[in-house]
Design a binder for this molecule. Sequence first.
Ligand code: NAG
Ligand code: NAG
Ligand code: NAG
Ligand code: NAG
Ligand code: NAG
Ligand code: NAG
Ligand code: NAG
Ligand code: NAG
Ligand code: NAG
Ligand code: CU
Length: 786
Amino acid sequence: MHLRFLYLAYTAGLVVGSALPPLGYERRVFLEALSKRQASGESCYSGDAPQVKAPKSNVWAPISAQDNLDVWTLLHDPATGLNLTKPDDATVTDNYVYWIDTLHTNKSAVLPYIDGDSPAPAKYARAIIFEGGKANPDSQEYMIGPLPVSESTTVQKLDYIYNGGRGGSVPFNARSVDGIKSSVVTPLITSAMSNISDITAALFDGGVYFGPTDDRTTLTMTSGTPVSLDGSQGFRNILFRLPGSGSYLSPIDFYLLVDCPGTDPSHHSIKGYVTNSKFYPDEASLRAAFESGEISETYFQPEDESWTDVDYKPELGVRALEDQFSPQSIELGGKRYKVDPEAQYVEYMGWGFYLSYSRTLGIMFYDVKFKGERILYELSLQEAMAQYAGNQPKASNTVYHDTYYSFGTDMATLVEGYDCPFGSTFWNVSFHEQNLTTVNQDAICIFEKDTGVPLSRHRYGSSGGNYPFSKLGVVKDSALVIRAIATVGNYDYMLSFNYNLDGSLEVEVRASGFLQSSFYYPDQKKFGPRIAPATQGSLHDHIVSFKADFDIIDTANSFEVSDLVVVNQSQPWFPELGEFEQFEMNISYLETEKRFNWAPNAKAMYAIVNQNKTNVWGEKRGYRVVPGKSNLHLSVLNSPWSLKNSEMAKYHLAVTRQHDTEPYGNSVQNVNLPLAPQQDFSKFFDDESILQEDLVLWFNLGMHHFTRAEDIPVTLYTEAVSNIMFAPQNFFDRAQDGDLLNRRWIKYNATTDELTFDAYGVELPNCAIDIPEPVYGISPTVNEEL
Ligand SMILES: *[C@@H]1O[C@H](CO)[C@@H](O)[C@H](O)[C@H]1NC(C)=O
Ligand SMILES: *[C@@H]1O[C@H](CO)[C@@H](O)[C@H](O)[C@H]1NC(C)=O
Ligand SMILES: *[C@@H]1O[C@H](CO)[C@@H](O)[C@H](O)[C@H]1NC(C)=O
Ligand SMILES: *[C@@H]1O[C@H](CO)[C@@H](O)[C@H](O)[C@H]1NC(C)=O
Ligand SMILES: *[C@@H]1O[C@H](CO)[C@@H](O)[C@H](O)[C@H]1NC(C)=O
Ligand SMILES: *[C@@H]1O[C@H](CO)[C@@H](O)[C@H](O)[C@H]1NC(C)=O
Ligand SMILES: *[C@@H]1O[C@H](CO)[C@@H](O)[C@H](O)[C@H]1NC(C)=O
Ligand SMILES: *[C@@H]1O[C@H](CO)[C@@H](O)[C@H](O)[C@H]1NC(C)=O
Ligand SMILES: *[C@@H]1O[C@H](CO)[C@@H](O)[C@H](O)[C@H]1NC(C)=O
Ligand SMILES: [Cu+2]
């Protein structure tokens, strides 16, 4: 994977661009010059976060580059018996490693370590191996451990995390489409498209496709997922587009449907051609229609793709005062959080938690404690899915599961001051490709932000005099944010985890980046508006599924439902009213595992409580699940393209009992198996009791993407946002704001006209706001050397 960056330095209003110098010493010096911060001294621009030692080692941490290399070597050792070919030399009928990642550590092995004196659990890797060399070719997943590799390390099939019936085996037709698999189909596509190049050139303004490497080619192709329904068939539904960075917004009205099951291209065939909303089963019928003038095009994609760039557009003019620097959130008083970068551990205002990362799921949180008590064992993304709609063969069948595209590897460099505030702490993420480890620098940012609102306040009534109060208390609010942005092809998903001062925690997803758009058909506006000369914004759903393994103090938890019910009651002191309506809470506990939707009119409150732990008032201690923006589920529940492999997306909420064998809500190659899933989330619901058990809450964020012209050039983060909050519910005896010093307590004595302030010693820092030149902190991807 090679990324190219353009470094921009803004000097006295001039924009100076320079291409990234080549690797090595010069580039390092160049980067240092760019990222150099002002010598601290009197600057408010605080330095690195103070360090802390994590209480325990991070047993969830990703495997190291050395572990990856050792696992790679072990897998390729002939003695291991996997008969592997190096991927660079492999064909579709060889066995080769697709990827290696970290295997989730069993909770049952972790708890005795973090809560007791047991040794740290062993680390394991997982590896997906494409086994095209077998008589019945498939993809088989393995677990390799314990790590580091030693005499006792074994390579075993990784089956126990899958419930579809085939364990870690995925049929060839459903396995991920990598370059090796697609290269088998390319000659047929090239042949079919070359044969009709006169037709496509005439219809599409010179658009021709002679294959990916032919100089004459002026179109690019895309085919998404699924590429199979149950593994017994293989197909590609191909859409052609203009190439280049604006490709997602420049589709043309031409589709090629290919049947391509198995590894042998002699069994592949063209299913048909689609244009002008008509299906032509063979070239002859397409050619006849073309020659008789039945098909033609009215709309054409602009060739200049600059309209798709997210740069300043002079034709929109300049807004008054927009040439001035905008407000910034700056940690003026110095960093108020501590980190252990080695253990990827963070402490902030009573919070303490570990981070982990995987190539498929991105960032994950473990052992989340507030004021020393565990709230969550794990909080992690499980899937980012999208399903499209349209009357053409690309949009109507497209379902994406972004873990299939290794969502975590798409988390990359963040821009200081823009993606995250100036002065944020940046951490890298590393993942493995073959025997190498790639470091995406500065892919996670950590910062404390001013939320812009007070946490709490009250103005106590006036008793006369010159001020409208006798007392006034107001508490400053802030939050620690952990953020990453995954650019999965077209979309830039921003995940923010906000740890709040009051013990609440918010998960937020935003989406920017390109729509996967369609060609514009005037009679198909029910699938979305026209948003550019020849482009329709395709209606689609985004469902982003998360796992929240709550442990409210310990693992014996219950799911409490406080349902608001309206009842007719009479009260002896209002005899004149007879029976009258009131509302009250009907409090109950879910008895067995369940999937369900948010109650209409928000009339039910949900909380994870520990029935055996009460606060000083005798109330059960818990955390409430507070709905936020755009809490939704998938629109279509019975589509063949997402029938049984997308069960995690079909309800707002779900509660299950925690099991080591159910670590994930989805599996990474499930997208091509809608009718015969490798992992079927609905099977988690087998009526196990969930009263005072170890519970997992699964929840969905996302959006029904009603596309609009304002999605051009890219979707706006302001509107494409979804969130949820977890907040203490009788977890404490009172609000957790009493111990915050960043507050004002003002008293006014009207008799003496005396005003007294208390700032508790926290004064406005006397420092210069001395921000270094903007646009720093962009770091290149590096291949780690061992
Ligand atoms: C090993 O894989 C090759 C393909 O790479 C295959 O031709 C051969 O039959 C395999 N050997 C065994 C023993 O399975
Ligand atoms: C995790 O637990 C499952 C179920 O008990 C077991 O099959 C599996 O081997 C364990 N995984 C590891 C890495 O120990
Ligand atoms: C393209 O034309 C050649 C020559 O007529 C023919 O052999 C081949 O099958 C055609 N390709 C397709 C995919 O129809
Ligand atoms: C990020 O990676 C770079 C290159 O490997 C390294 O120099 C830097 O120290 C890393 N940053 C952190 C915070 O670990
Ligand atoms: C990784 O594999 C490549 C190709 O087989 C080889 O050239 C290179 O030396 C290997 N690197 C390491 C670190 O083993
Ligand atoms: C309460 O009683 C009134 C009068 O009989 C009736 O119209 C109303 O529907 C009742 N409300 C409920 C919640 O049962
Ligand atoms: C209270 O909830 C229980 C359990 O869900 C239900 O059986 C009962 O009918 C509810 N009572 C009222 C008044 O709604
Ligand atoms: C509460 O804890 C006690 C003692 O550990 C146990 O006997 C009891 O079953 C627990 N009750 C619930 C509701 O979990
Ligand atoms: C206001 O000040 C007067 C004079 O010092 C004092 O007697 C009175 O108690 C004060 N009132 C309050 C509310 O503190
Ligand atoms: Cu969208």
